[in-house]
Design a protein around this ligand. Structure first.
Ligand SMILES: Nc1nc2c(ncn2[C@@H]2O[C@H](COP(=O)(O)OP(=O)(O)OP(=O)(O)O)[C@@H](O)[C@H]2O)c(=O)[nH]1
Ligand SMILES: [Mg+2]
Length: 218
């Protein structure tokens, strides 16, 4: 059961969005790995039909995790991949469908429209999908991430944030402030480059770590 999200959908459909290089694909792989450890059957889908190497990158993760990956050729319709993935998830007894999307700057209208379409198409394939929309933000970019997040939120109802690259940065405090201004919970943080380096966000632990870091800087 996906306790972290508290949503009982079968399959649970998650879409991962964010700017280029924020850590979306890595996050998809890490979430998949966590779910598999809980014994859940996961289908990965690459709705990044924009960048040629994107499907290949997710396929490599799929091989490493021994999980099926649904892809399409570059230039094809991202919505079609999402529709197929959700239908396959429903029809073949997967408990989770994790959808990776193309990296995009939110000021490109066409790309935000594509996200809107992905959202609509997922809902057509399964009522209520996507159940979870995770916006991945690079924890090293600071305030810039705030306006990016606001724009993404216009394209899809973001349910949670994933803040990556919090290893080796002292920007943790500004990230927290940002999440509270956006009114969206931080679900996970990325703290390194390994598969295991995605941890559930716990405010108390985080504040302690921040205070320790602050104390060691004095
Ligand atoms: N240090 C560190 N590196 C990370 C973390 N998360 C992701 N990365 C690295 O960030 C880089 C980009 O990650 P990707 O997952 O490919 O990012 P993406 O958002 O899918 O990128 P595009 O598909 O090009 O938009 C990779 O080199 C990752 O290893 C993290 O928590 N800490
Ligand atoms: Mg990617």
């Amino acid at each position: 059961m996906p306790m972290a999200v508290g949503i009982e959908a079968n399959p649970l459909v998650t879409v991962v969005i964010g700017v280029n290089g924020a850590g979306k694909t890595t996050t998809v792989a890490r979430l998949a790995s966590r779910s598999r450890k809980e014994g859940r059957r996961v289908l990965l889908a690459c709705a990044d039909t924009f960048r040629a190497a994107a499907a290949e990158q997710l396929q490599i993760w799929g091989e490493r995790l021994d999980m099926p990956v649904l892809t399409q050729l570059p230039g094809s319709d991202a919505g079609a991949v999402v529709f197929d993935a959700v239908k396959k998830g429903l029809g073949r007894g997967f408990q989770e469908v994790l959808i990776d999307t193309a990296g995009r700057l939110p000021n490109r209208k066409g790309l935000l429209d594509e996200l809107r379409k992905i959202h609509t198409v997922a809902g057509k394939a399964m009522e209520g999908a996507p159940h979870r929309v995770l916006l991945v933000l690079d924890g090293t970019v600071g305030q810039n991430a705030f306006s990016q997040a606001e724009q993404f939120m216009q394209a899809m109802p973001v349910t949670g944030l994933v803040i990556t690259k919090l290893d080796g940065t002292a920007r943790g405090g500004s990230v927290l402030a940002m999440a509270s201004r956006l009114g969206i919970p931080v679900e996970y943080i990325g703290v390194g480059e390994d598969l295991e380096d995605l941890v559930e966000f716990d405010l108390t632990d985080f504040l302690h770590a921040l205070l320790d870091m602050d104390a060691s800087c004095r």
